[in-house]
Write a protein that binds this ligand. Structure first.
Ligand code: NAG
Ligand code: NAG
Ligand code: NAG
Ligand code: NAG
Ligand code: NAG
Ligand code: NAG
Length: 251
């Protein structure tokens, strides 16, 4: 068991170095490296709108590319991954920077209909939102894997169709990081050995926890009025109730 854990930890470390850790889709791939923060820092450019358009035609991202909706500053890619038509695995290396020991995750797809150049939106959720927790509030490594992300039942997706999978990681303060991977749907039987899911590309690191997330009416909490609790005065007990979480199987 220790041997297995050590192997997994080493594998996670080699996938991405700690220094640049943010959200990375380790399976079925990603559009490309969007971990850059290369724009003019906001404190030097009060006019910044989060993306700098330079005269030489390049762009800069003072806060980092991953903050850009819908796909973290990356355009549609040509190197699509092949993925099962009925849905498949998604492995995510959440990465951490100081102060981010908790994060919310959303996973959606955008569907490219015949003749479309790109998906019109990323409005099809494929898992309920969930929270992950890490061991400390400073940077650390590790990944998690959802072995079977299902496709929404009311969508009839076809073999050969192109979709884009979008992963959103919302930090504790609500700011969201975006990563995408472009996919072509295939018959699962047609996946090559390298494309198939196994313990080498789909595993949960032991340092990550999962929390269910739900909401309830403020009226339902005893002693609380139906109004939103006063900002700055949210009692700890109410906070704990509203954001109550349970470690259970999510999917
Ligand atoms: C697509 O190409 C980019 C740029 O070379 C690379 O970073 C990325 O990992 C590739 N993605 C896939 C799914 O092959
Ligand atoms: C484009 O201009 C920006 C801002 O001056 C600079 O940082 C960047 O290196 C330039 N890129 C190229 C390819 O010349
Ligand atoms: C899917 O995208 C590829 C380019 O990445 C394109 O060649 C192909 O025609 C597209 N398929 C469909 C069904 O639109
Ligand atoms: C999102 O795109 C789908 C096609 O994939 C379309 O049917 C749907 O109306 C769009 N939803 C919104 C909110 O635009
Ligand atoms: C498909 O079902 C989901 C719930 O599973 C719903 O939110 C969505 O509106 C439905 N879409 C269509 C096009 O019926
Ligand atoms: C990782 O943990 C989640 C949440 O408990 C679970 O749904 C998923 O199946 C696990 N992945 C693997 C590869 O065991």
């Amino acid at each position: 068991m220790l041997g297995l854990r050590t192997t997994l930890a080493v594998a996670a470390v080699t996938l991405w170095s700690l220094a640049s850790a943010h959200t990375v889709i380790t399976y079925p791939g990603w559009r490309g490296n969007n971990l850059h923060a290369n724009g003019t820092p906001a404190y030097l450019n009060p006019d910044s709108i989060g993306i700098d358009h330079y005269e030489n035609g390049t762009t800069g991202f003072p806060f980092g590319m991953q903050w850009m909706y819908p796909c973290g500053g990356m355009p549609l890619s040509q190197n699509r991954s092949r993925w099962p038509v009925n849905g498949g695995a998604v492995s995510i290396q959440p990465g951490w920077f100081p102060g981010h020991s908790l994060a919310m995750f959303y996973i959606n797809i955008g569907i490219q209909e015949e003749g479309m150049l790109a998906p019109p939106n990323m409005s099809h959720p494929v898992v309920p939102p969930f929270q992950i927790s890490g061991p400390t509030n400073v940077e650390y490594d590790g990944q998690f894997c959802i072995p079977q992300v299902g496709m929404p039942a009311n969508l009839s997706l076809q073999v050969g169709q192109n979709i884009t999978l979008q992963v959103i990681e919302a930090a504790q303060h609500g700011a969201a990081l975006y990563s995408c991977v472009d996919l072509t749907l295939v018959d699962p039987a047609d996946l090559t050995k390298e494309e198939q899911v196994g313990p080498n590309n789909c595993y949960n690191s032991s340092n990550l926890g999962f929390n269910l997330v739900y909401t309830m009416s403020a009226k339902a909490t005893s002693g609380a009025s139906s109004r939103i609790p006063p900002i700055g005065g949210l009692p700890a007990a109410l906070f704990a109730t509203v954001f109550a979480t349970a470690v259970k199987t999510l999917w």
